[in-house]
Design a protein around this ligand. Structure first.
Ligand SMILES: [Zn+2]
Length: 391
């Protein structure tokens, strides 16, 4: 059966001649050879190294009552890999943990069960049905508001209703159970390959290589967001939504103050260099981890917000988070440009990004695909005219 190709901008956008970033990527410029500024200023990913990791591990080994560390697991490939390394390679006494956001896909849940079982690690769900219900309800209200006043800057806060206090809840769990170390909370997997700077880049603020914003940048970002995106949309003043944003804001600025002081939060990928091939081979071959049948990559197949999120970016600016991920992998010599381009286009046309999952997500949000497509098309035209303005 010949699959109808979803309409994208794949063939019309100018792309960097070294990586695969398109001309619609925020902040992008090209030199005379068509190489983008992100390639030209790229600094190789640096990690602290295994020796440092071993030091941290020995500082925390046998310090807790029953466990040395909490390894949060989302069902994705990276957190599964981290759990594998902590248990098998570094022989830490681990407990794994998932904060149920209400947005974990069946593939993610299946992998959480398979992986923790394969490793013989206890697993705990932190679930708050009330929070989940409010988040889902908020999503519907925000999405309908978005359709009336679409903006590229609000796609993530509208769809990604994940619990803003997730890290705090993990830290409190560790504190209550006298466990000294948490491997990264929901930052697990956010190695420097997955920073997603561009999702905020359309507001003109970029973090450093590690994805850190200075306080000045945070203030600039929040000021832009509040005045241009938050205040003009009246639905944001419905109490549950207002509360969601206020909590998000408080966590964004002051999370460190709220965290129990006896728990350390560290990122595994700050110590160990991330290699896709190694991560994939380990979780698939050793843990029975499985990808999604309708996707062309094994990346981020656990979160139900992402198919629609990627679809919306693809329809508006012609790229998704996959373009950036592969571009980083090309710069780090994990992929050739040819392979990166092939994978980027395959992801753009995958059922995951364009198929029934997207239609189902839209339906759950109380809209129709036609209705959403119409809004996206109209907004894209307007937005592209703005950002591709030639001087
Ligand atoms: Zn480039």
């Amino acid at each position: 059966m010949v699959k109808t190709m979803e309409k994208t901008f794949d063939m019309t956008l100018k792309r960097c001649t070294r990586c695969v970033l398109p001309e619609t990527f925020p902040g992008i410029t090209f030199d005379h050879d068509g190489v983008c500024n992100y390639c030209l200023s790229h600094q190789p990913v640096k990690v602290r190294g295994e020796e440092e990791l071993l030091k941290v591990l020995s500082e925390n080994r046998n310090k807790g009552d029953k466990y040395d560390c909490v390894v949060p697991i989302s069902g994705g490939r990276d957190s599964s890999f981290v759990l594998h390394q902590m248990v098998k390679k570094y022989k830490m006494r681990c407990i794994s943990l998932t904060v149920d956001s209400g947005f974990i896909l069946p593939e993610g849940i299946r992998n959480i069960e398979t992986v923790t079982k394969a490793l013989g690690v206890p697993h705990v769900w932190l679930r708050d049905d009330n929070k989940i219900g409010v988040a889902q309800q908020n999503c519907i209200i925000k999405f309908h508001g978005w359709l009336k006043n679409p903006s590229i800057n609000t796609i993530v806060p509208v769809l990604n209703a994940g619990d803003k206090t997730m890290n705090l809840r993990m830290a409190r769990f560790a504190h209550e159970n006298r466990i000294p170390l948490v491997w990264g909370g929901n930052y697990v997997g956010n190695c420097s390959f997955e920073e997603e700077h561009w999702k905020r880049g359309f507001m003109g603020v970029f973090p450093d290589d590690r994805g850190t914003f200075t306080t000045g940048q945070k203030i600039k970002l929040v000021t832009y967001f509040v005045t241009k995106e938050f205040l003009p949309n009246s639905y944001n003043f419905k109490w549950p939504i207002f509360k969601e944003y206020m909590t998000g804001g408080a966590v964004y600025f002051f999370e460190a103050l709220f965290r129990p002081k006896d728990v350390r939060f560290l990122g595994f990928w700050d110590y160990i260099y991330w290699r896709e091939k190694e991560v994939e081979a380990t979780v698939i071959n050793e843990l029975g981890w499985e990808g999604a049948p309708d996707h062309t990559t094994t990346w981020r197949i656990d979160d139900s917000a992402y198919p629609l999120l990627n679809y919306m970016f693809l329809k508006i600016v012609g790229f998704t988070e996959h373009d950036e991920m592969y571009s980083k992998m090309i710069r780090e010599n994990q992929l050739t440009r040819e392979e990166g381009l092939r994978r980027t286009f395959a992801d753009h046309h995958s059922d995951w990004v364009t198929g029934p999952r997207v239609t189902a997500s839209i339906k759950e949000l109380g809209a129709t695909r036609e209705q959403v497509d119409e809004v996206l098309e109209r907004y894209s035209e307007k937005f592209l005219a703005q950002i591709l303005k030639k001087d």
